[in-house]
Design a protein. Structure first.
Length: 124
């Protein structure tokens, strides 16, 4: 939308520059000669103004849309970063808890409190 808006603004600007640089009411464009009367000049000026306004509107709406997308992306990144930080904190807490259980746990020969998660080779 932004690119289309800029192109329309440039097109309207080129039309206005063409009218301002010609000394007479005769305009040569792409090999064709135009001699518009007063009504045709007014209508072409209105059309150029409409194209200019449409270009400005497209440029503004595209900029707002891009800013809105960037805000959403920024908030999603911040949320993901917060989630990662919480998971890392939880991981550190679990590692500390596991370390405390190993240092304060039962004697090395006593395995009565052990629970095996996966299959074991130990026989009782």
């Amino acid at each position: 939308m932004i690119v289309l808006g800029v192109l329309l603004i440039l097109l309207a600007g080129a039309g206005i520059a063409l009218v301002l640089t010609e000394e007479s009411a005769r305009y040569i464009l792409f090999g064709y000669t135009f001699e518009p009367n007063h009504v045709e000049m007014f209508l072409s000026g209105a059309a150029a103004s409409a194209v200019l306004l449409l270009g400005v509107w497209l440029l503004g709406s595209g900029s707002r849309r891009t800013a809105r997308q960037r805000r959403r992306l920024r908030s999603a990144r911040a949320e993901a970063s917060d989630r990662v930080a919480r998971l890392e904190d939880e991981k550190r807490d679990l590692e500390r808890k596991l370390e405390r259980e190993h240092t304060n746990g039962p004697a090395h020969g006593d395995h009565s409190g052990d629970r095996l998660v996966a299959g074991s080779d130990e026989r009782r």
